[in-house]
Design a protein around this ligand. Structure first.
Ligand SMILES: *Cc1c(COP(=O)(O)O)cnc(C)c1O
Length: 408
């Protein structure tokens, strides 16, 4: 069966070149990077080389890069570390309401420890307004943490403007750039970024490895206690092969950024245009142009996102629901609610995210299958029945009591 993977915002395949670069570091150059012997020194050199590759990708110095176990750890370290380091100066943190849970839940935890957090609203496209950031700043504000690009709806945030404001006010600025790396150019100096999180597996590198950029001179303290790895800031034997893979992957991603971005933007727009043309009652979520080149997110009225995903899966298409319905939780996505969608519409959402390995055939395949799948789901949907009997242009209200979650 034809298999089309369009869930690259969740994770990407390790590219063949990356895998090849990693392999020797499992069985041949497997030393502990802290060891004195030559195998250890070889490992150390490999970590240093990867550190240079990661630094170069964001305009940083190698000594400003600290390897972690992924984007979530980097977010936790940056935010908790900054909060603790600055707590004598103030207790106020500014973030947005559409951050990844690694940021939101960390901020919520800090609230329980006595910090105050402002969760900024976003506009209908998911953009934070710079005026809102400015208004939220108080003399107690110690950290602004706003993502570079959103993982659900692909909206790119005005981080250069936010960074400039933060710098002027003397406030630390952290950005979760997990989705932006390799997709849009990032320069930590031009953008006045003090702390930046990234994750290897979102740009065709391996899972379980990430990095935190900490601007030289910014002190946020040690997060993981133990050995003296990562210049005594992050304990734990280095994930050697993972780090090598991440270095290789980011180097490739940044080298090919322009070409990949153009190619993916064309595929993305073909997908969006095709969906909006072929399927009635569908809306695009996120910004039409200030948007990740690989992200498509649409709300499909009168259907339930999970049912759609299962049907797509049967057809060989891997997508993701706009709603973060994990097992047991049917809460719609906080991001879709934040851009103003009613619960029902947020529930019927679909994210398709391209990878650098996606092809025009993939897009054509989706455009061939999706309209029929949606039509058949709608034909048996109770929501559609309501629509027809009420004969109203907008039958959906904010009470989702009539949603049948077990529809499919
Ligand atoms: C995937 C993702 C993360 C988490 O990264 P992990 O490496 O999976 O822990 C954090 N932020 C954003 C925006 C993401 O897309």
């Amino acid at each position: 069966m034809n298999k089309v993977y369009l869930d690259n915002a969740a994770t990407t395949a390790v590219s063949p070149e990356v895998l090849e670069a990693m392999l020797p570091y499992f069985t041949q150059i497997f030393g502990n990077a802290s060891s004195i012997h030559s195998t250890g020194r070889d490992a150390h050199r490999a970590v240093d080389a990867a550190r240079k590759q990661v630094a170069a990708a964001i305009g940083a110095l190698p000594q400003e890069i600290y390897f972690t176990a992924g984007g979530s750890e980097s977010d936790n370290w940056a935010i908790k570390g900054a909060a603790l380091a600055k707590k004598d100066k103030g207790n106020h943190i500014i973030t947005s309401s559409i951050e990844h849970h690694a940021v939101l839940h960390t901020c919520q935890w800090l609230e329980k420890q006595g910090f105050e957090v402002t969760y900024l609203p976003v506009d209908e496209y998911g953009r934070v307004r710079i005026e809102d950031v400015e208004k939220a700043v108080t003399d107690k504000t110690i950290l602004i943490t706003i993502m570079a690009a959103n993982n659900e709806i692909g909206t790119i945030e005005p981080i250069a403007e936010i960074g400039k404001l933060a710098r002027e006010k003397g406030i630390l600025f952290h950005t979760d750039a997990v989705q932006a790396i390799g997709a849009v150019p990032i320069d930590v100096n031009a953008m006045n970024i003090d702390l930046l999180s990234m994750s290897g597996h979102k740009f065709h590198g391996p899972k379980g490895v990430g990095a935190l950029y900490i601007r030289k001179g910014v002190k946020i303290g040690q997060y993981m206690h133990g050995g003296a790895q990562e210049r005594n800031q992050r304990a734990g034997t280095e994930n050697l092969a993972g780090i090598v893979g991440m270095g290789k992957a980011i180097e490739i991603a940044v080298q090919n950024l322009e070409a990949n971005s153009q190619r993916m933007t064309a595929l993305r727009d073909k997908l969006i245009t095709g969906i909006l043309k072929e399927i009635p009652d569908v809306r695009l979520n996120g910004h039409p142009t200030e948007r990740l080149p690989n992200n498509v997110n649409v709300s499909v009225r009168y259907i339930e996102g999970e049912a759609l995903l299962l049907r797509l899966d049967l057809a060989g298409i891997a997508g993701s629901s706009g709603s973060a319905c994990t097992s047991g939780s049917l809460d719609p996505s906080h991001v879709l609610l934040a851009i103003g969608l009613p619960h029902e519409i947020a529930h019927g959402s679909l994210r398709l995210s391209l990878g650098t390995d996606s092809t025009e055939e993939d897009v054509d395949f989706v455009l061939d299958k999706l309209p029929g799948i949606i039509k058949s789901l709608r034909d048996m949907s109770p929501l559609n029945f309501y629509n027809q009997t009420l004969n109203s242009s907008c039958p959906i209200d904010h009470d989702h009591g009539h949603m049948d979650e077990d529809d499919e």
